[in-house]
Structure formats: C-alpha cells, structure tokens
Design a protein around this ligand. Structure first.
Ligand SMILES: [Zn+2]
Length: 105
C-alpha cells in the first residue's frame, strides 16, 4: 500500500524514488507546466536538480502499448510523462546514473 506521502507527491505531479546507490529520496517532476523531467533531492535543497534523460518504453511491453495508445488518443500528458519514467536519472546527491523505472517507490 502506498504511503500518504507518495500519494501526495503523485497528486502534485511528482514521482518519488530512491537512489539505488545512496538511497537518497528523490523527486521526479512530471508537471507539464512546471519543470518536467527535473530530478531533485527531497531532503537536501542545496543540491541542484538534475535532468532525467527520457526514453520510450519498449514497444512490446504494456507500457509501450500504453504510450502508443496515449499518442493515438491525444492523451498528451501521459505521452509526455511516460518516457521520463523509462529514462535514465542522475542522482543529485551522489552522481550515480540509474534507470528511473528501477528506482520508483
Ligand atoms: Zn545517490
């Protein structure tokens, strides 16, 4: 079951994750009108946010089909956000590169 904290982040267009190396709590911004793709530390505001390098999910996966359908049906928010969840992140705390999908909480 998701925590109240995670639900709040998602309602705000933010996706929480933990760095696989230093376990820092990180926040991916998925707000289309704000700073889509920004990855920041949830606890250390002194670290500058990094940018997630977006990548489409493989076509043969459920997520790849979701991306295809969202584009077909003009679900532009989903089509814009989904590649960030399959991209590569760079931890603003310890500088480790990682696959975003593997770090989601
Ligand atoms: Zn880290």
């Amino acid at each position: 079951m998701k925590s109240q904290r995670n639900l709040k982040h998602e309602a705000d267009g933010e996706m929480p994750m933990a760095c696989p190396s230093c376990h820092e709590l990180l926040i991916l911004d998925l707000d289309l009108d704000d700073d889509l793709g920004a990855l920041s530390s949830d606890t250390d505001a002194s670290k500058a946010a990094t940018r997630v390098n977006p990548a489409p999910p493989p076509a043969a996966t459920v997520e790849g089909r979701l991306l295809h359908l969202s584009r077909l049906n003009q679900r532009t928010a989903v089509a814009a956000q989904l590649p960030y969840l399959y991209g590569r992140g760079h931890c603003p705390h310890c500088a480790t590169d990682f696959a975003v999908a593997s770090a989601l909480l």
